[in-house]
Design a binder for this molecule. Structure first.
Ligand code: NAD
Length: 353
């Protein structure tokens, strides 16, 4: 029997496909916008300028200042930039950093926001914004932060370097895994989570074999979209808590941290969330999803140890402490000692258990 549930759909318009960037002017017109500001990181400035050129006089300018973790000073400058240009909308091009800057500007100005994602992180499908002030990252969730239009163009992901494709794909899988055992999960989210994980499991090895494999890139972006919906629709648990603490405290890279930690949380929660983790195992063809997840990361050339990401061993204690201080709900109870043991294994790249 299907238990009763509440399902809240993500009310955004999604355009998905190959070559869809050509439809961006149409999407801008659809919202009645005349002067959009294009946002990107410095690394993607050239692509942002190309995109602005494509928009012609619909583009007011380019702000290529987005960086990871959305520092409030960067946002303040971008808001000034947008206001100075008289921008009436935003187009964020890139991964979670560019889209995060878009959301942060929306929070302060209410401007309409079109997201054009180029990684698999999934921020475009969530009403969540994490911002950093004085080195402290805080997260908020507000319906108005969800970008109104999301344009997925598979072509834009062909340039995503293979290591980032793998870790960003694992980041997406992590959203779906936690949605499968979320307290507020439901059959629709479960369906999207399973489909998202399956698509990424198919795609990632193929991308490693051939980064310009159009079918694999399409699968990966489709999977990332579904996993992003999972992140936006269901409460996240221990895995996201740990990654948030590790990223915020030790400035570890986002996608890589998710990749290293996920197998350990999957193993930790395996018994308490037997049905959910059983589904992940079934998709991976094994009864031991944690071990399989770590083996997959290793096979795809991704990092499997936090120490390789620059985390100091002495940080294990502090991270365990911070994670139990304000825990997210998790299917298995957490305490300082068990988190310390989990983090010590993740730090060393030891097998998950
Ligand atoms: P990112 O946006 O920082 O991108 C990493 C680097 O890759 C950047 O230099 C970027 O310019 C470059 N890049 C992106 N796409 C590329 C492409 N196709 N080709 C070449 N280079 C490309 O990384 P991310 O992992 O996507 O995002 C991480 C940030 O997003 C973190 O701050 C994280 O907290 C946030 N995030 C937020 C949410 C949310 O729902 N609020 C969800 C996921 C991630």
């Amino acid at each position: 029997m299907i238990p009763g549930f509440v399902y809240q759909g993500t009310p955004s318009r999604v355009v998905f496909g190959t070559g869809t960037l050509a439809r961006l002017p149409e999407e801008v017109d659809r919202l009645g916008l005349r002067r959009v500001l294009v946002l990107s990181t410095a690394q993607q400035e050239r692509e942002a300028r190309d995109l602005a050129a494509r928009l012609g006089n619909r583009a007011a300018g380019v702000c290529a200042g987005a960086v990871m973790h959305t520092p409030v000073e960067v946002t303040a400058r971008a808001v000034e930039h947008a206001t100075g240009l008289g921008a009436d909308g935003l187009v964020s091009l890139g991964g979670g950093s560019s889209i995060g800057l878009g959301k942060a500007i929306v929070l302060r100005t209410g401007l309409p926001h079109i997201a054009v994602p180029t990684t698999y992180a999934g921020s475009e499908m969530t009403p969540i914004l994490g911002q950093t002030r004085d080195g402290i990252k805080t997260t908020q969730r507000e319906p108005g932060l969800l970008p109104g239009t999301v344009l997925y163009d598979v072509d834009l992901t062909l340039s995503l370097p293979v290591p980032m494709s793998v870790t960003s794909g694992m980041n997406a899988i992590a959203h779906a895994v936690e949605a499968l055992y979320a307290r507020d999960g439901n059959p629709i989210v479960t369906m999207m989570a399973e489909e998202g994980i399956a698509a990424l499991l198919r795609a990632l090895p193929a991308i490693v074999g051939n980064p310009t494999d159009a079918a694999a890139r399409s699968d990966a972006l489709y999977g990332a979209w579904l996993c992003g919906i999972c992140l936006g629709s269901a409460g996240m648990a221990l895995h996201h808590k740990l990654c948030h603490v590790l990223g915020g405290t030790f400035d570890l890279p986002h996608a890589e941290t998710h990749t290293v930690v996920l197998p350990h949380v999957v193993a930790y929660n395996a018994r308490a969330a037997a049905s959910a983790i059983g589904r992940v195992g079934a998709l991976m063809g094994t009864a031991d999803a944690g071990t399989a997840m770590q083996a997959l990361a290793r096979r795809l050339g991704a990092p499997t140890a936090l120490r390789d990401l620059g985390m100091p061993e002495a940080g294990i204690e502090r991270a365990a402490e911070l994670a139990v201080r304000s825990p997210y709900w998790n299917p298995r109870a957490v305490d300082r000692d068990s988190l310390h043991a989990l983090l010590a294994r993740a730090w060393a790249g030891a097998p998950p258990m």
